[in-house]
Design a protein around this ligand. Structure first.
Ligand code: PMP
Length: 411
């Protein structure tokens, strides 16, 4: 079973084999970024060593190789998310970039009486661009509340869809704080019934859930390479072809144009229309290598193992005095956040780091969720990946219990 494979898998990730001070690194901050396996580092390096040239420009050999690998990467992404066509895959700088592009382009389509609906658990990346769009256009910004367990309240969403002229619903597939999984297909059906579009923030889900855009029936889906074993600075915007066709570009420059004259400019078809300038082709090529790695490891196995490891950590945390885990969703897909009575998350994360454990502390870029729903300022987050072991989680919880006791005694 998968547990027996983890030791072998760990050998693929050179960064994991190091000490922080005298302590072995225990990296449990995968919600912020994941590490790259050798296969991805090698793909990146090989591209720069042998094939590097700007894409879509030259007719020389290196440019042709570079372009072929870049366009092959687009096909790899297409198949990974099961898009109907590779024209539906736009390479961007990351999730934030993808969402901002849609929010800018959506401006043309928003009528003054329209509503943009997000949920109370969104990352700032899927909250602020919509709020700002509403400020620019006069549209209404509606925040869908959560159930007491921390899942999106579908009744409340239904009510908003029924009573307001909703243009677009933006929702995270997996929360980067609670780890809960939103029922995207249900939300898509609800939105479409009321002629609203759906954008899915898949930043946290893409690494391990089976993200199939046709099955989810979302109109847009956004994710980042660095949260799925790829490098930073590369991301994806999936959009249904007919919708991308209707959207105006929001960035202008080379490669996205068809004819340019002093009088007028015409634009390329999607996806090139949305990729102004030199794209991050090396990032896209490395992202494709990350996808190959994930697929050969087994997406379903990764998801099951990560869910199990998170549940294991949650059970173990119960033994630490004063710990309160936020929410109680049916599934925690790879992360959980908690507070500890009388202990500041920054102190906790700092002392844990001194013992080799990487945890995230802060507001997790989800201030509305923390401040307005849970009424806490900051939390500590533990987010395992499939290269983490139960032994590491045990050590983490053990060190956490001692650190909490030490910080409490020092008060
Ligand atoms: N949405 C969610 C749910 C996230 O977890 C993150 C990253 N923490 C983002 C969006 C933003 O991703 P990026 O910083 O790669 O653009």
């Amino acid at each position: 079973d998968f547990t027996n494979k983890v030791e072998t898998i760990r050998k693929d990730f050179p960064i994991l084999d190091q000490a922080i001070g005298k302590h072995p690194l225990i990296y449990l901050d995968n919600g912020a970024t994941t590490q790259m396996p050798t296969a991805v580092l090698d793909a990146l390096s090989a591209h720069y060593r042998t094939d590097n040239a700007n894409v879509h420009r030259g007719i020389h050999t290196l440019s042709e190789r570079s372009t072929a690998s870049f366009e092959q990467a687009r096909k790899t992404v297409q198949s990974f998310v099961n898009a109907m066509s590779s024209d539906e895959i736009v390479f961007t700088g990351g999730t934030t970039d993808s969402i901002n592009m849609v929010a800018r382009a959506w401006e043309d389509r928003v009528k003054p009486d329209a509503t943009i609906a997000v949920t109370a658990l969104e990352h700032h990346a899927n909250f602020v661009p919509w709020q700002q769009l509403c400020k620019r256009t006069g549209a209404r910004f509606e925040v869908i509340p959560l159930t007491p367990e921390g899942d999106v309240d579908l009744d409340a969403l239904g009510e908003v869809l029924h009573t307001q002229n909703v243009s677009l619903v933006a929702v995270a597939h997996v929360s980067n704080v609670l780890g809960c999984v939103s029922p995207i297909r249900t939300i898509a059906d609800m939105a479409h019934e009321h002629d609203a579009h759906l954008l899915v923030d898949a930043a946290q889900s893409i690494r391990h859930e089976n993200v199939d855009v046709q099955e989810l029936d979302c109109d847009f889906l956004c994710f980042s390479g660095h949260k799925m074993l790829g490098p930073t600075g590369i991301g994806v915007l999936y959009g249904k072809r007919d919708i991308l066709d209707e959207l105006s570009p929001v960035r202008f420059g080379g490669e996205m144009v068809d004819k340019v004259s002093t009088a007028e400019t015409t634009f390329e078809e999607p996806p090139l229309r949305f990729e102004a300038g030199t794209p991050n082709y090396s990032g896209a090529i490395a992202l494709a290598a990350a996808i190959d790695y994930i697929e050969s490891t087994g997406r379903a196995d990764i998801a099951a193992y990560e869910h199990e490891l998170t549940a294991y950590a949650e059970r173990a945390l119960e033994s630490v005095e004063g710990v309160r885990v936020l929410g109680k969703p049916a599934v925690r897909a790879g992360c959980l956040s908690f507070t500890v009575d009388d202990v500041h998350p920054f102190d906790l994360a700092t002392f844990m780091d001194k013992q080799g454990v990487a945890l995230r502390s802060g507001n997790q870029c989800a201030q509305p969720l923390l401040h307005e729903v849970y009424k806490v300022q900051n939390v500590t987050r533990l987010s395992p990946a499939f290269y983490n072991t139960t032994t590491e989680v045990d050590s983490c919880i053990d060190l956490l219990a001692r650190t909490v006791a030490m910080l409490r005694a020092a008060r």
